[in-house]
Write a protein that binds this ligand. Sequence first.
Ligand code: MLT
Length: 412
Amino acid sequence: MATINDNYLKLKAGYLFPEIARRVNAFASENPDAKIIRLGIGDVTEPLPEACRTAMIKAVEDMGEQASFRGYGPEQGYAWLREKIATQDFQARNCAVEAEEIFVSDGSKCDCGNILDIFGDNNTIAVTDPVYPVYVDTNVMAGHTGLANEQGEFEGLVYLPITADNNFTAQIPTQKVDLIYLCFPNNPTGAVATREHLKAWVDYARANGSIIFFDAAYEAFITDPDLPHSIYEIEGARECAIEFRSFSKNAGFTGTRCAFTVVPKALTAKAADGSDVELWKLWNRRQSTKFNGVSYIVQRGAEAVYSEEGQAQTKALIQFYMENARIIREQLTAAGIAVYGGVNAPYVWVKTPAGLSSWEFFDKLLHTCNVVGTPGSGFGAAGEGYFRISAFNSRANVEEAMKRITEKFKAS
Ligand code: MLT
């Protein structure tokens, strides 16, 4: 008789975003005339940059010619894309990252989950609370946790609360943890890490032989010139960190799919016999076995992000969404609602008004304003009483949503 991976039964009923979609669809079918505005999932709405489209069209033509047709590409990504990433995203910021250390993939969500393949099952794992749910759920699926308690906290994980009191940046743990997930600019709170904060983490990780999983999917939204974009801007990070990056949010590739992971050659972790093993080799082996690379067409599109036009067009896209974030912050503040984030990140983290729980506020916004956001409690127990609003939408939708919310809450 075939059996299942019982760890899946420990997961909460639905992944957060499908659960939101379920509630919104139920509301929409009962209220077919409601003009629902979705500021929930952080999904881009604006068209792909022209430079990317042009490059992809050209790549399609290449595939139609005998001489330039490509079959399987390198599992790690084409050298021309890895070179551009290494020089423009890292070396230009004085990070010693080489093209060989870049692994092009079809998404950071996949990479964040897949990376667990090369780590042991006995690591102590730390996540912030609230947190991007993928970090937790993939560890549950891999059998790295016990059951969840009533607040949804899984036995065996170390939760590091991030609250307004600590500027939504976790305290360095006093206990020893082996794997640490950090996300800056932060999803969901929109918080950022200073150089000093990241240095404290790097120092901790080096002292304890820990590995930091640094999710920098939103680095392009940093506006403050003093903030680090990559963990490799911090001395010693090559010895303790893996970084995840994505073209989803800066270049609008959520549907097109392209991302990359940086695994430095110097990075090691322990084998069962106590020897040091290079993580690069394991990840390279994992990718070569389980992944066939991102399509040539998509990688050509991603490469175009690094052209002069691509840089100008992605900058304009980011500015567009950040203007949305500014509108959201200002309008909600004017309506007497406390907000955080949204300055160096496309997410605004809202304190729910009038003591409403996160899901109560979700239902109220959906039913009275026909606006969808994401309940903070869906990101973890410490997210209760908060609500995330995404700046990814058209200007007209953001303005209309803010008008509806401020009218409702100013009046109440
Ligand atoms: C989010 O809304 O948190 C993001 O869209 C999730 C993701 O990028 O996978």
